[in-house]
Design a protein around this ligand. Structure first.
Ligand SMILES: Nc1nc2c(c(=O)[nH]1)N[C@H]1C(S)=C(S)[C@@H](COP(=O)(O)OP(=O)(O)OC[C@H]3O[C@@H](n4cnc5c(=O)[nH]c(N)nc54)[C@H](O)[C@@H]3O)O[C@H]1N2
Ligand SMILES: Nc1nc2c(c(=O)[nH]1)N[C@H]1C(S)=C(S)[C@@H](COP(=O)(O)OP(=O)(O)OC[C@H]3O[C@@H](n4cnc5c(=O)[nH]c(N)nc54)[C@H](O)[C@@H]3O)O[C@H]1N2
Ligand code: SF4
Ligand SMILES: [Mo]
Length: 780
């Protein structure tokens, strides 16, 4: 890659759609669409949620005029949701930044890329050199798992910087699951997914895939898969304090009291032990600690947990018996089970139930996917295990998890001096909007303003990026290539797909891969070097390591010779080719001639199916024992806190979140077709509570929490259980200095302003975002 202009490449995915007069464009000969106004189509994997649907985009010149589901996609088979159908509107939002912004005399002004990167290097390096790497914080947001750039470059940046000040969206999301997987399986990224297509019984907890389209379980058409489960005689149980669209689809809905899932799951395990319903089956040789587990959970009987959970004890017994009796079953849990005070324990108990019913690692149960870009699987055997708390945050001394500090601690790590090292003085923010997505945005607002320097890689000037000294805008998704490095490791079917940019980079644009490569150089003292050098270095290191691994298909070969074999038009493609070829289905650089390569993938524009999920144990285990460690020490150490929760009852109302199908966290409220209707920032309130509080539907209510208060219209609905109110997140677009012309017309309020950041799941550092105590009063 020259580092300037991405070369035009053959567009295998282009097909002519319009008229019989325009002949189909043969592969490899597509003209530059900027000079070709004829309507045509291109394939693009949708980056707007975790379902990764294949889309067929209709294009007029470089404009995306339509999107439909790609019926030939090997995975999504034509499924699309309203967000994917609005790909063109998301892509063409006129508020997307086109050029970098650089702060001068306090104001952001448009700048050239050269000026912008000069400013980044000049802003970051002195901080690192003077105060050390931990004074440079890195904040990574959710869209990093939806871009190739986000998968390929942040690890390089972190590896080179060696800062301990890393904060990501994971600690307002799924960190509890990583920690539980780390402790149980020795690998924080070994996350079993429910075999949706084959299971007979699904217990779905704190997830609403009919709106979210699934999470930590990549499944295009999740709703269809749930309907198919029921149609084949399977059973669906949903546990959620709200009667969600998913709950309405279920055989059984349990409106649990928020924050108590760990108690429910512990009681289910206890029933299985008491009634001798545990069956390890094929897992027996791989599991240790069953007796210790039985002993540790014995107090959590259905009768003991029922009052805290707000559920009937007999019903809990029935749930456990049904789970054990099902021919195959899977327990699956998401946001509502993670973003709570016992998030790690709940996440652990989900897998405990899958294990002790013998449903882990078998078809119809919960299995470990095997992605095409996974590392070459090493032989099974003991590993290094998973360590927590290798360092601590400076202010509250919170333990790291998976190399990260809690996002809830970001503000204090900037604004509070201690004698334990330097505060964070500069920030690199990539695809994150923590002013809205993390607790206490007002405090973070002030903290960000006090930084010596901040750079945001973001398409929008929004609540967070408005604080930056430099904003580097990535191109819209139509101009970016796509491969799901992260989500294929969580997919309900093994498959691999890659789409090149649907339209060429607009003049003046830089690919996000190049932007991040240059950012790596600027942050690490190599400003001005060719960004292609970053990819070359990664390839050198990876191949150098692979040839030394006895289990690698390239063991003993010459890394230079292997590098020369890589294909691809630029660094990111060469890296993808390398990962595919070294991976579990790869050609091993010739060792397995039928195996995967980038070339082969390009020849299959709708993707390559790699088959259903298959049992993989014991290979994925990396615990020190080489087994599944059922009762790891940190978990056992956290059980007394769960015991206390048996006696806890909320004094008043508690608040939970909700998602809307046509929305996505904080960044899609600026697209008119995706807003309005039921997608509104209202407080859902049960009629009982509304009556007691004298609140009427549509009237404003004041909601007060530990971190502040907000006012939103009430929406009185029996869709939430009594005692629980619900406000969606990602709203609050009323701050000055943004460029979000539509979002600011209906800004909503920031639910996270109700939080002060003090409530965390202690093992994972994950923020407690659900089940938080609030006071609600009529504001009229
Ligand atoms: N109360 C409450 N709070 C929550 C949640 C909740 O359920 N309740 N959910 C939490 C969860 S699960 C998550 S994941 C976090 C998300 O938290 P964040 O990741 O901080 O927020 P997002 O809104 O996903 O958007 C991040 C930013 O990415 C930018 N962006 C969009 N596309 C791209 C791109 O292609 N490249 C780049 N570089 N940037 C892009 C957007 O403009 C936006 O500024 O929020 C969390 N916050
Ligand atoms: N349309 C849309 N899709 C999205 C997103 C989006 O913002 N909008 N965000 C994406 C992201 S980043 C993520 S992480 C995923 C999240 O995917 P999901 O986890 O499926 O998302 P939610 O819709 O927030 O579902 C969480 C459910 O938990 C319930 N809940 C709250 N507290 C508790 C509790 O204590 N116990 C139980 N059992 N349930 C509880 C809530 O009522 C809610 O229905 O969605 C992704 N997809
Ligand atoms: S379900 Fe998700 S991936 Fe599929 S079209 Fe909708 S937003 Fe895109
Ligand atoms: Mo998320």
């Amino acid at each position: 890659m020259s580092g300037r202009v991405r070369k035009r490449t053959p567009q295998h995915a282009y097909r002519s759609v319009c008229s019989p007069r325009c002949p189909p464009v043969p592969p490899g000969t597509a003209a530059d669409p900027r000079e070709d106004p004829v309507s045509r189509t291109a394939l693009r994997i949708c980056p707007l949620c975790e379902a990764t649907c294949g889309l067929t985009l209709t294009l007029e010149g470089t404009r995306v005029t339509g999107a439909r589901g790609d019926r030939a996609d090997v995975f999504s088979k034509g499924f699309i949701c309203p967000k994917g159908a609005s790909f063109g509107a998301v892509d063409a939002d006129p508020d997307r930044l086109r050029t970098p912004l650089v702060r001068e005399d306090g104001e952001l002004r448009e700048a050239t890329w050269e000026e912008a990167f000069d400013a980044v290097a000049a802003g970051l390096r002195p901080v690192v050199e003077r105060y050390g790497p931990d004074a440079l914080g890195v904040v990574l947001g959710n869209p990093n798992v939806h871009t190739m750039a986000g998968a390929l470059y942040p690890p390089v940046l972190l590896g080179a910087l060696r800062t301990r000040s890393l904060f990501t969206a994971s600690t307002v999301d799924q960190m509890p699951k990583h920690v539980s997987s780390g402790l149980l399986f020795g690998d924080a990224n070994a996350i079993p997914v429910p075999d949706l297509d084959h299971t007979d019984h699904l217990l779905l907890i704190g997830a609403n895939p009919l709106e979210s389209n699934g999470s930590l379980c990549t499944a295009p058409d999740f709703p269809g898969k749930l309907r198919a489960l029921r149609a084949r005689g399977g059973r669906l149980t949903v546990v959620d304090p709200r009667r969600t669209r998913t709950a309405k689809l279920a055989d059984r809905h349990l409106a649990i009291r928020p924050g108590t899932d760990a108690l429910l799951l512990a009681a289910m395990a206890t029933v299985l032990f008491e009634e001798d319903l545990t069956r390890l089956r094929h897992l027996a040789p791989h599991v240790q600690g069953l007796d210790e587990l039985r002993h540790a959970l014995r107090e959590f009987t259905p009768e003991a947990v029922a009052p805290a959970c707000g559920l009937d004890a007999d019903l809990i017994r029935t749930l456990a018996r049904d789970l054990a009796a099902a021919p195959t079953a899977a327990v699956y849990a998401r946001i509502g089970s993670c973003t709570v005070p016992h998030g790690t324990l709940a996440s652990w108990l989900v897998d405990v139930l899958n294990i002790i019913t013998g449903n882990l690692d078998r078809p119809g149960g919960a299995l470990f996917p095997q992605a095409a870009t996974d590392r070459t699987p090493r032989p099974a055997g003991p590993g290094h295990g998973f360590a927590l708390g290798r360092w601590r945050s400076r202010v509250r001394e919170l333990p790291e998890a998976k190399g990260e500090l809690p996002l809830s601690a970001l503000a204090e790590e900037i604004d509070t001096a201690t004698d334990r090292g330097e505060p964070v003085r500069a920030l690199v923010v990539v695809a994150a909007n923590p002013v809205l997505s993390a607790p206490d945005g007002h405090r973070l607002d002030k903290a960000l303003d006090s930084l010596d320097f901040m750079v945001s890689v973001d398409p929008y000037l929004n609540e967070t990026s408005r604080h930056a000294h430099v904003v580097l805008p990535p191109p819209p998704p139509s101009q970016s290539p796509h491969h799901d490095f992260a989500f294929n490791t969580l997919a309900v079917r093994n498959q691999v797909r890659y789409t090149r940019p649907a339209v060429p980079l607009e003049p003046g644009r830089r690919a996000e891969t190049e932007i991040l490569a240059r950012l790596v150089l600027a942050a690490t003292g190599m400003h001005g070097a060719d960004p292609a050098a970053v990819d070359a270095m990664v390839i050198d290191q990876a191949l150098g390591k692979a040839v030394q691994e006895p289990h690698s298909p390239v063991h003993g070969r010459d890394p230079q010779e292997l590098a020369a074999l890589l294909t691809g038009v630029d660094g990111p493609e060469r890296r993808l080719d390398m990962m595919l070829r070294l991976g579990p289905y790869g050609d091993g650089f010739g060792a397995r001639p039928d195996g995967l390569t980038l070339e082969k993938l390009l020849a299959h524009p709708h993707g390559i199916d790699l088959g259903p999920l298959r049992p993989r144990l014991p290979q994925p285990l990396k615990t020190v024992s080489g087994r599944i460690e059922l009762l790891p020490e940190p978990i056992a150490g956290d059980l007394p806190r769960l015991r206390q929760a048996l006696r806890e009852r909320p004094a008043g109302l508690v608040l939970v979140g909700r998602r809307h199908l046509r929305s996505n966290n904080s960044w899609m409220h600026n697209v008119p077709v995706l807003t309005g209707g039921s997608n509104r920032c209202t407080l859902h309130l049960n009629p009982e509570d509304a009556q007691r509080l004298g609140v009427r539907d549509g009237e404003p209510v004041r909601i007060k929490g530990a971190g502040g208060e907000v006012t939103a219209p009430a929406e009185v609905t029996d869709g939430v259980r009594p005692g629980v109110v619900s406000l969606p997140h990602g709203w609050g677009h009323d701050r000055p200095g943004t460029r979000l012309s539509h979002a600011t017309t209906d800004p909503g309020v920031n639910v996270n302003q109700l939080l002060d950041g003090s409530l965390l799941d202690p093992l994972s550092g994950n923020a407690v975002l659900n089940g938080i105590p609030v006071e609600v009063t009529a504001a009229g």
